[in-house]
Design a protein around this ligand. Sequence first.
Ligand SMILES: Cc1cc2nc3c(=O)[nH]c(=O)nc-3n(C[C@H](O)[C@H](O)[C@H](O)COP(=O)(O)OP(=O)(O)OC[C@H]3O[C@@H](n4cnc5c(N)ncnc54)[C@H](O)[C@@H]3O)c2cc1C
Length: 402
Amino acid sequence: MEFNITEDQQHWRDLAKDFVEKHIKPDVLRRDRLLTAEERIPWDWIREADTAGIRTLGIPKKYGGAEVDIVTLCIVGEELAVGDLGFAVIMDQCWKMAHLFGEAMTTDQQKRFIPPFVKDSEATTAIALTEPGVGSDHQGYYDEPDIDFQTTAVLDGDHYVLNGTKRYISNGSMAKLYFVVARTDKTKNLFDGGAVFIIPHDTNGFIADTFHEKSSQRLATNGTLKMENCRVPKENILLGEGKLGQLRSQFMPGSKAEAAATVLGVGRAAYEYAFDYAKNRKQGGKQIIELQTVAIMLAHIAMKLDAARLQIWKAGWLADQKHPTAPVHGLLAKVNASETAFEACRVASEVLGGASIMHEHPMEKYLRDATSFLHSDGTNQLCLLRASKAISANSYEQVFGF
Ligand SMILES: Cc1cc2nc3c(=O)[nH]c(=O)nc-3n(C[C@H](O)[C@H](O)[C@H](O)COP(=O)(O)OP(=O)(O)OC[C@H]3O[C@@H](n4cnc5c(N)ncnc54)[C@H](O)[C@@H]3O)c2cc1C
């Protein structure tokens, strides 16, 4: 057994660390407090990330990307999120689609969509399933024909005509390329009667111009998307009817582990800030880090963060191997990392005492950011429900053994 990371992984980790120190840390608190979603979008950081190779980290090498593995994406995602969770999510939404680019697209789609994405230093991607009436229900746990999934795609000649509304979409209304799930047959359940369409942002009838205002991941957008008689050529179907189930398991295999890594970065940022604070703050004639109450709180968080990271890397490694248990481990890693990060932020804020809520410290931002992944990428309850299906259908050894 080996716990070292590779030279390539060290390279990307160090590059991400430098990126955070140089670009993100000096200005992140000011940007986080800007009033509107539009003014918070960090276009300059996205361009810098493109120059550094971060934006296209998951893209196949033959199209100019670095084509790194999922474990590397987890390592880099955590580092970026130590700087800012929102920015890490903007990047990760691009990385999550890398397998869609590399493995789900036809050769014709790859030629049409990958080069413009790689060339445009501000281009990001988004995936749209959630609607006002369907949140957890698109996770596949409840999949009956009466599901309230309203976005439809009707065949008209050589085009599909899409109508419907999506909400809460990460990178929504700022992305250049969208992967949109629509229902092609309302008599069937979503997974059998739905398809994924590739929609460039400037397609007629595709309206992506509104943002949700929110307390968490404020530098990333969550957009509302509307499709009003939006005509999409048949050739833009990414996954047709009956293939929606493959979206997460096969073509977004690192989604949960990567999400887990980004939220873990927030927990680590909170820990590191509290650690430095405790070394500098004096009460009772000594540094508070010397007080057992504070030292134990810090040790406890450090322990939980380390355990969560190992679980994430294991989930990422299994996903890289396309191991059959990878989806369960991804789900569990996301639940554990989000709970750990949230708890780390809470405890770290106790180390700061009253300073924790003051705007000159980042702790209140970390707390706000950590809440998002309790729900994003599937609520933790749904993730556990889905994992429990596989856990209860197999022996412990089959799921957790080596
Ligand atoms: C920051 C952020 C980013 C997001 N990005 C995207 C994105 O890029 N693309 C996208 O499509 N969506 C995105 N979403 C939406 C996200 O996937 C949903 O918010 C999530 O799946 C939960 O849906 P909901 O919010 O409608 O909650 P609901 O489904 O309404 O859940 C409410 C409560 O009911 C529980 N519940 C629901 N169904 C069941 C059930 N069958 N059994 C037991 N309990 C249940 C839930 O666990 C939860 O406690 C994002 C959300 C957030 C917060």
